[in-house]
Design a protein around this ligand. Structure first.
Ligand code: M6R
Length: 368
C-alpha cells in the first residue's frame, strides 16, 4: 500500500508528478478556452467580482498566499488571504461582489467551514478548492474545483499542496479569461508551462538522494530558518511548517526583505538557513535575495540555497546547493517545495519520529 516506501508521506511526495498532471487533465476546452467543469459560477458573476478573499488553514493557507500573487498578477483583481480561524472575528467587509475561496484538502476543517458559513451569511459567493468529494466544505459552497491528488494519508500535506496550487493557477487563468485581462495566447502559454511541471517535479525527485544526505547532516540541529521572496516566501513558510510538524524543530520562515527588520538577530554561527532563490529575471528580486544570503552568511549562517539551473551568482555564498529546473517565478513553488518536503521527511526519519502520525496532530481538524 506504500508502494515500497517507508512512509505514506514519502509515497505521496513521489506521486506529485502524477497528481499535478491529473489536476490539469481536461481543462482546455473547445477553441482552446479554459474550462473548469465543477465550477458553478456564471461569467457575469465573475465579471462583477471586485474582490477575492481566500480563507484556509496551515498548508492550504500557504497555497492561498501563492494564489494571491498569481490572481492579482493575471487578473488585476484584489486578493486578501486570511487564516480561516481569524476571518469572522474581524468583521470582514464582504458582500455579493466578493468571491470567497476556501482551500481545504480534507473539506472538513472546522475553522474553514465556519468561515464560509459566515461569508455566505454576508451574501458572498463561496468557491471551494478541495480534494475530498462530497465533504462538508464543497457541499456548503456555491461552486467547487476539485483537486485530483487522490487520498492523502500522511498527516503532513504534500501532494495536496501541489494540487491546490494547480487549482489556484487554473482559477486565476479562468478569471483572467472571463474578465479579459489576459488573452488566449498568453493563457495558452501559461497552460503549456503548467503542463511541463510534472516533468520538472520528476527532475527534482531524481535529486532526492543529495537532499536526504543533507537532511541527515542536520540531526543535531535545534533551529532552522527559511528565507524566500515573492512566491518563494510562502514556500519558505511551508518548508518551515513541514519541519515543525515532522522533526519537532524550531523552524521559521521569513520574507528575505524582512531580515534586517529583526530576524537577522537570530543568526549565529552554524545556524542552517534554507534560501529559496527566485529565478533570474528582469526585476531585482534575485539580486535582493543574493544580498540577503550574503548578510546571513557573513554572520556565520550555514546557507543551503535552492537555485535554478544555470544560476552561478549564488554559488560563492552557498554552503550547499539544491538545483531547481528553470521555471517562471509564479510557478516556482511547484518545484521549490519538493526538496523541502524531502528534507523534512528524511530528517524526521533520521530522528526516529513517526512521519505519518506526528505527535499531537490529526489529519483533519474538526474542532475550532
Ligand atoms: O484539510 P485542510 O486543507 O483544511 O487542512 C488544513 C491544515 O490543517 C493542514 O494543511 C495542516 O496544516 C497540515 N498538517 C499541514 O501539513
Amino acid at each position: 500500500e506504500k508502494d515500497g516506501h517507508d512512509w505514506f508521506m514519502r509515497k505521496e511526495i513521489y506521486e506529485q508528478p502524477r497528481a499535478v498532471a491529473d489536476s490539469l487533465i481536461g481543462r482546455r476546452g473547445l477553441g482552446g478556452l479554459l474550462q473548469l467543469d465543477e465550477m458553478r459560477l456564471d461569467d457575469d458573476e465573475i465579471r462583477e467580482l471586485d474582490k477575492i478573499i481566500i480563507i484556509a488553514c496551515g498548508t492550504s493557507f500557504y497555497a492561498g498566499m501563492v494564489a494571491k500573487y498569481a490572481i492579482e498578477h493575471w487578473t488585476r483583481t484584489p486578493v486578501e488571504v486570511e487564516l480561516a480561524s481569524e476571518f469572522r472575528y474581524r468583521d470582514p467587509i464582504v458582500d455579493n461582489s466578493t468571491l470567497v475561496v476556501a482551500i481545504s484538502q480534507s473539506g472538513e476543517t472546522a475553522d474553514t467551514l465556519q468561515a464560509i458559513r459566515h461569508a455566505r451569511s454576508q451574501r458572498a459567493k463561496v468557491l471551494a478548492i478541495c480534494n475530498t468529494n462530497g465533504s462538508s466544505i464543497p457541499r456548503e459552497s456555491d461552486a467547487v474545483i476539485y483537486t485530483h491528488a487522490g487520498p492523502e494519508i500522511g498527516v503532513a500535506s504534500t501532494k495536496g499542496f501541489l494540487t491546490q496550487l494547480v487549482a489556484c493557477y487554473l482559477l486565476a487563468l479562468y478569471v483572467a479569461q472571463v474578465k479579459g485581462t489576459r488573452f488566449g495566447d498568453e493563457i495558452d502559454e501559461i497552460m503549456n508551462q503548467l503542463e511541463s511541471m510534472p516533468e520538472h517535479i520528476e527532475t527534482v525527485l531524481e535529486g532526492a538522494e543529495a537532499v536526504y544526505a543533507l537532511a541527515r547532516e542536520h540531526v543535531g540541529t535545534r533551529s532552522v530558518l527559511f528565507l524566500g521572496r515573492h512566491a518563494g516566501y510562502p514556500v519558505a513558510l511551508e518548508g518551515a511548517l513541514k519541519l515543525k510538524e515532522l522533526a519537532y524543530l524550531h523552524a521559521e520562515g521569513f520574507a528575505a526583505g524582512e531580515l534586517k527588520h529583526g530576524p537577522i538577530a537570530l543568526v549565529e554561527e552554524g545556524l542552517p538557513v534554507l534560501c529559496v532563490v527566485p529565478p533570474r529575471g528582469r526585476d531585482s528580486l534575485h539580486g535582493k535575495m543574493l544580498s540577503g544570503i550574503q548578510e546571513v552568511r557573513a554572520r556565520g549562517a550555514r546557507t543551503i540555497c535552492l537555485v535554478e539551473e544555470g544560476d552561478t551568482a549564488i554559488e560563492p555564498y552557498a554552503d550547499s546547493l539544491i538545483r531547481l529546473p528553470q521555471v517562471p517565478v509564479l510557478l516556482q513553488p511547484l518545484v521549490a517545495i519538493v526538496p523541502l518536503q524531502l528534507f523534512a521527511c528524511e530528517l524526521a526519519t533520521a530522528l526516529g519520529h513517526d512521519v505519518d502520525q506526528p505527535r499531537n496532530l490529526a489529519k483533519s481538524v474538526t474542532v475550532e
